[in-house]
Design a protein around this ligand. Structure first.
Ligand SMILES: Cc1ncc(COP(=O)(O)O)c(C=O)c1O
Length: 359
């Protein structure tokens, strides 16, 4: 049985979180003398980005709970705001999960390599023991092997779907099997879900109190520089995130810009369609190049590609001004490069350069 109080570290269960000036005051006021800000303003010209007359003033602390931004995300995702946490990138959400649920030097996490590298780095930072259960050769979960390594100190399982760096989606039934049988937290990282035909696990939150879904504004939403990651979970789990996070973890500038950007959903949807079309075109063109040994099916905005002489190809492309990711030393990714889908012009240049590669 999933029991969040039992799962949490005792110090987090007992924690009284920091209460900021902006938490304590709610209501309307004209004069803010509660937070030791600079009451005079910010040393910025009144620029027009946020609208005429609004200027760029950042002398006030931002909303610690990002309520307006969450309300907009809530409408887009169809999830109540109380089920949303916003972090300084998904990486902040990943780190908070370890800090809240895993006792350093005692508890463990299950990871399924090859997968997103930060799960392991963050575990190492937090002194959490990593149990690795590799994906099968067709990049799917080995559910039985996962079940075999769970013990009472296993607090988290990270599953990435579509998976980075392989690009494929994990079988839904496998994820459901784990959600149904594991009493710790199951994190389903959907950073690339917009490029996939798979259904998100967000609607399943009502059925699984142990589910955390991660998404991000860094990929399809085109806002990697802003650093906004989203965690969707039960209100109980979200209140744990809110307890542990730094009080003002999303800056005022970030909140304002993201709020504006989220209005442009049509632009995002058209870029997603274009990226998917480009992905398939790129895949077809790469297939014609003898240097390319294998192209793995992708549900994401990148392709995992097996090549002859990966290191030389990597260096050659770099010499041509194109940087890809060398994943050739990663488990199950022998000889592989990971290539992000670029603009049509960038993809044409990549294909052209690869055609001209001489061993
Ligand atoms: C699977 C996956 N999750 C999370 C992230 C990080 O996202 P963010 O920019 O929100 O920290 C990445 C970035 O590459 C990723 O590949």
């Amino acid at each position: 049985m999933f029991d969040i109080d039992n799962l949490l570290r005792k110090n987090i269960l007992a924690l009284t979180p920091y209460s900021s000036a902006r938490d304590e005051f709610k209501g309307k006021a004209e004069i803010f003398l509660d937070a030791n800000e600079n009451s005079f303003g910010s040393p910025l010209n009144t620029l027009s980005f946020f609208g005429e007359g609004q200027g760029e003033r950042f002398n006030r602390y931002p909303d610690p709970m990002q309520l307006e931004l969450k309300e907009k995300i809530s409408q887009i995702k169809g999830v109540p705001s109380e089920n949303i946490f916003l972090g300084n990138g998904s990486d902040e959400a990943i780190d908070i999960l370890y800090r809240a649920f895993c006792n350093p030097g005692k508890d463990s996490v299950i990871l399924t390599p090859p997968t997103y590298g930060m799960y392991e780095v963050s575990a190492n930072i937090n002194d959490v023991f990593v149990k690795r259960v590799p994906l099968t050769t067709n990049f799917q979960l080995d559910v039985e092997a996962i079940a075999n390594v769970v013990n009472e100190n296993t607090k988290l399982i990270f599953l990435c779907s579509p998976n980075n760096p392989t690009g494929n989606s994990l079988d839904r039934e496998d994820i459901e099997m784990i959600l149904n049988n594991f009493d710790g937290i199951v994190v389903v990282d959907e950073a690339y879900i917009n490029y996939s035909r798979q259904r998100s696990f967000i609607p399943d939150l009502v059925d699984y109190p142990n589910l955390v879904v991660l998404q991000t504004l860094s990929k399809a939403w085109g806002l990697a520089g802003l650093r906004i990651g989203m965690a969707f979970a039960s209100a109980d789990i979200i209140s744990v995130f809110n307890k542990v996070k730094p009080p003002y973890n999303i800056s005022e500038a970030t909140q304002k810009i993201a709020f504006k950007a989220l209005d442009n959903i049509q632009q995002i949807n058209s870029w997603i369609k274009e990226a998917v079309v480009e992905r398939e075109k790129l895949s077809a063109a790469l297939k014609q190049i003898p240097l390319i040994l294998e192209i793995f099916p992708s549900d994401a905005n990148f392709l995992l590609v097996k090549v002859k002489e990966p290191k030389w190809v990597y260096d050659y492309l770099l010499g041509r001004g194109i940087v890809v990711r060398d994943r050739s030393k990663v488990l199950l990714c022998d000889g592989c490069l990971r290539i992000t889908v670029g603009t049509p012009q960038e993809n044409l240049q990549l294909i052209d350069d690869l055609r001209n590669y001489k061993a």
